[in-house]
Design a protein around this ligand. Structure first.
Ligand SMILES: Cc1cc2nc3c(=O)[nH]c(=O)nc-3n(C[C@H](O)[C@H](O)[C@H](O)COP(=O)(O)O)c2cc1C
Length: 401
């Protein structure tokens, strides 16, 4: 979604300015055209040459420099930007933006743009907590700017606290959300479930499965990138929550049922990508089961709740069916039995498909029985193909956001 989009990246005089090089590089690698704007102070921390090399584009520092476009048309970068991100944003620049000044290329561009503006503060804890900085950030928030971070952790001063520039992945997530704010899921509430549930045997062991959560997280991210308000109900995974997504962490199928049912109260769509256990131990042992003196152990398993059939209302409901054999037959059966709008059939034994991979090969089956077999695709692309169908179903139902 960053392909050919114009991103204006304002870099200011913070010790975190070197991290902006990573952001500029990753945005460029994703296909964006990154116009870097630097305050004079920023050039003490990182060289314009670095940014120029990474983006392959001219870097703007002095609005009066007769060799740049800005001298001809000073608001050109502001006009062409699809999003403006100031990262890192120093306390001084935040104050300047709150005052509405336009006396350097960063503040000039922010003041002149109609694109969404993101501000990622980075400074020492005391500077961040200072009432002046807080008041300035509040002014920016009220003007509709998105304040991203700061994160908590070790600061350049050696102290711990709030003030670190957010990680590059978080900043890119925020840019994508800003770009997608008018997407075809804008104003829609989408609930996604992800990960493999863990059913306790005793306080230290569980019955689990190989789900990595990657498909569900990709769905949450892709729905966010199309403007949706996303709740991600997730069983334990090793993945970071995508920026801008509401996360609800659960462990067992029962907990997932409760969280999904609650999140679906006012949702437009539910996509169940989680690998929910079909069976759980009847009752978890209160103490750790000991091996000593036992020849074997038999577990009595009972069925888990059927989450999709417990979700009521006229929301679009999408199920995932992972199988190692007779995939399409069982996917069709699931569609009929639970009266779903879509089933995504996933052969977990195919190469590059299923658990823990970054790609997936699926067939989407709709309520009329029509089947669309997709090629092997990155999970984010699979997510978008599923969301194309969800968005179309929501449009057909004519429920205006
Ligand atoms: C070594 C050093 C590190 C600094 N780090 C920060 C910082 O992380 N955040 C910040 O707001 N200011 C920091 N400053 C102060 C700013 O560089 C200074 O306020 C400057 O005027 C900011 O100008 P600008 O907003 O136009 O870039 C630092 C200064 C020095 C000398």
């Amino acid at each position: 979604m960053l392909q050919n989009r114009y991103i204006a990246l304002g870099i200011t005089g913070s010790i975190a300015a070197y991290k902006a090089a990573d952001l500029a590089s990753k945005l460029t690698q994703a296909g964006a055209r990154v116009d870097v704007l630097m305050t004079e102070a920023a050039t003490h921390f990182i060289t314009p040459l670095t940014l120029r090399s990474l983006t392959g584009r001219q870097v703007f520092i002095d609005m009066f420099d007769p060799t740049t476009e800005l001298a001809e048309q000073h608001v050109e970068i502001a006009r062409r930007a699809d999003a403006v991100i100031v990262a890192p944003a120093s306390a001084t620049t935040i104050a300047r933006l709150a005052q509405g000044l336009a006396d350097d290329v960063v503040s000039l561009t922010v003041l002149a743009t109609e694109a969404p503006v993101l501000v990622a503060p980075a400074m020492d804890h005391q500077m961040y907590e200072n009432a002046a900085t807080q008041a300035n950030l509040e002014t920016l928030r009220q003007r509709g700017y998105t304040i991203v971070g700061p994160a908590e952790g070790r600061l350049a001063s050696g102290r711990m606290g709030l003030g670190r520039l957010e990680e590059t992945e978080v900043l890119i997530g925020a840019v994508k959300q800003a770009l997608g704010r008018r997407g075809d899921l804008a104003g829609r509430r989408v609930v996604v479930s992800a990960g493999g549930t863990q059913e306790a045997i005793d306080p230290v062991r569980f019955v689990g499965n190989h789900s990595s959560g990657k498909m569900g997280y990709a769905l949450a991210e892709a729905a966010r990138d199309r403007g949706a308000e996303v709740t991600l109900v997730t069983a334990p995974t090793a993945l970071a929550c995508p920026y801008g997504v509401r996360l609800v962490s659960v462990q067992s199928a029962r907990e997932m049922r409760d969280a999904v049912v609650a999140a679906c109260q006012d949702a437009d769509a539910l996509i169940m990508a989680a690998a929910v256990a079909d069976f759980q131990p009847g009752e978890a042992a209160e103490q750790k089961i000991r091996k000593a003196g036992k020849k074997g152990l038999t577990l009595e398993l009972v069925p888990t709740p059927d989450i999709l059939s417990e979700v009521r209302g006229d929301l679009v409901r999408v199920g995932f069916k992972a199988e190692s054999r007779e995939l399409l037959e069982s996917a069709r059966e699931l569609l009929r039995r639970k009266q779903l709008d879509l089933v995504v059939a996933n052969d977990v034994t195919a190469a590059g498909s299923g658990f823990a991979t970054d790609t997936n090969q699926v067939t989407i089956i709709d309520a009329s029985g029509q089947e669309e077999a997709l090629p092997l695709l990155p999970k984010y692309d699979v997510a978008n193909r599923v969301l194309d169908r969800v968005a179309a179903l929501l449009r057909e139902r004519g429920e205006a956001p």
